[in-house]
Design a protein around this ligand. Structure first.
Ligand SMILES: Cc1cc2nc3c(=O)[nH]c(=O)nc-3n(C[C@H](O)[C@H](O)[C@H](O)COP(=O)(O)OP(=O)(O)OC[C@H]3O[C@@H](n4cnc5c(N)ncnc54)[C@H](O)[C@@H]3O)c2cc1C
Length: 366
């Protein structure tokens, strides 16, 4: 059964990237449908908080963050309230000078902060040492609000159906779903951890490695519960290879993740392990909290294991590939970039050429 006339764009996946892509297409007057197998924002976009930060190793990602921040502001204007908090993001680690230089080049507003200014930004903190960097336009993303806003803007263009396959028939693209068949001129595949499985039969071999990481949420101690809490990006302990933390949406809680808690998974369908199997990572996170964030109760109130989908050239890397009418997107830590990635994916799809920002870097194998 073919449901209707040919669409301009079919978007597979209703996470933050797919929703942003579909809204960008709709805003350009394209006839678009976004297909989501479960519930919008239930995959990697689930949970209560994400960090918006400008801190990245590669200057082009700092530039993308600057552009994405402007796009978040456009969404905020359209919605009439904030989606990225104004708490700022504190950056600590051995490479502060390099970050400060990259920030300056990209026009990111930041200040070197001493321990008392660090505590003003993050009152639950002990100290990050003599100096840290405060990224003034970093902050906690209100992810549930963001997903709800996009779903509302899309209205009936969001279709709750699982995409089973994409096929080319009589020169047209057909998307076979649990609710029927749709035909489209272009498709963007952004199904999170499910993307490489859907893309493989179309000839795409994506260099995605799957894994999962622990995020533990801690209660803010009484007396500090009403405080504004900056996000934290702490790379002082090279063994932990990075701590990421941010305030939760609507609760006096702070969520902390350690990069070192990453566990590899064979693919995007492999079950994520039980939280108990990661007890050393839970203990490590609690120890970090007890030593560095005394304004939190170090007993976690919630543990969440989240899927990661990394490309070989960096933890924050993302890219798109194209074959005929199908554009495929993959990446990791892309929530913050989504309002920019959406329009870039629409550009890529309708121009039949991957936008330069999403092209695979020349020096890495595709
Ligand atoms: C706990 C946690 C903390 C994180 N912290 C940060 C952070 O601080 N900053 C940041 O920028 N990023 C962060 N990330 C990463 C970020 O959340 C993800 O990169 C982003 O949400 C990915 O969005 P997506 O739309 O690509 O994928 P998803 O949100 O996974 O969306 C894909 C969607 O596709 C659907 N789907 C799959 N297969 C099919 C199919 N066959 N048919 C139809 N639909 C299908 C799924 O149900 C899903 O809803 C974090 C991730 C987690 C989990």
């Amino acid at each position: 059964m073919c449901r209707q006339a040919e669409l301009d764009l079919i978007v597979v996946g209703g996470g933050i990237v797919g929703l942003a892509t579909a809204v960008a297409a709709q805003d350009r007057g394209l006839e678009v449908r976004c297909f989501e197998a479960a519930r919008p924002g239930v995959g990697q976009s689930a949970g209560r908080t994400r960090i918006f930060r400008h801190r990245h190793e590669r200057p082009e990602l700092v530039e993308m963050a600057v552009r994405a921040r402007r796009e978040w502001e456009r969404w905020e204007t359209r919605l009439g309230h904030r989606l990225v908090g104004d708490e700022g993001a504190l950056v600590a680690g051995p490479d502060l000078e390099d970050h400060a230089r990259r920030f300056e080049t990209a026009g990111v507003e930041s200040t070197q902060v001493d321990p008392s200014a660090q505590r003003r930004a993050l009152p639950i903190l002990a100290s990050l040492g003599e100096t840290a960097l405060l990224d003034h336009k970093g902050g906690a993303i209100r992810i549930r609000d963001a997903v709800e806003a996009l779903v509302g803007w899309l209205g009936g263009r969001l279709v709750l159906a699982e995409v089973l396959s994409l096929e080319q028939a009589d020169g047209a693209l057909e998307v076979h779903t649990s609710e029927g068949i749709w035909r489209g001129r272009h498709a963007v595949l952004c199904a999170g951890a499910g993307t490489d499985r859907l893309a493989r039969p179309l000839g795409f071999e994506l260099p995605v490695s799957h894994g999962c990481q622990l995020r533990a949420t801690f209660g803010v101690r009484e007396g500090l519960a009403g405080e504004r809490l900056a996000c934290l990006l702490d790379r002082r302990d090279s063994a932990a290879s990075g701590v990421y933390a941010s305030q939760c949406e609507g609760r006096p809680c702070y969520t902390v993740g350690l990069h070192s808690s990453e566990v590899p998974l064979p693919d995007g369908t492999a079950p994520i392990p039980a939280a108990e199997s990661l007890s050393p990572a839970v203990e490590h996170t609690s120890r970090y909290v007890a030593e560095n964030l005394p304004g939190l109760d170090p007993e976690p109130v919630e543990l969440r294991l989240c899927r990661t989908t990394k490309l070989p050239w960096g933890d924050d890397a993302s890219a798109a590939w194209q074959e005929g009418p199908v554009t495929v997107f993959a990446g990791n830590n892309v929530f913050k970039f989504a309002p920019l990635i959406g329009p870039l994916l629409v550009d890529s799809a309708v121009s039949d050429e991957v936008a330069p920002e999403l092209a695979v870097p020349a020096e890495v194998p595709a």
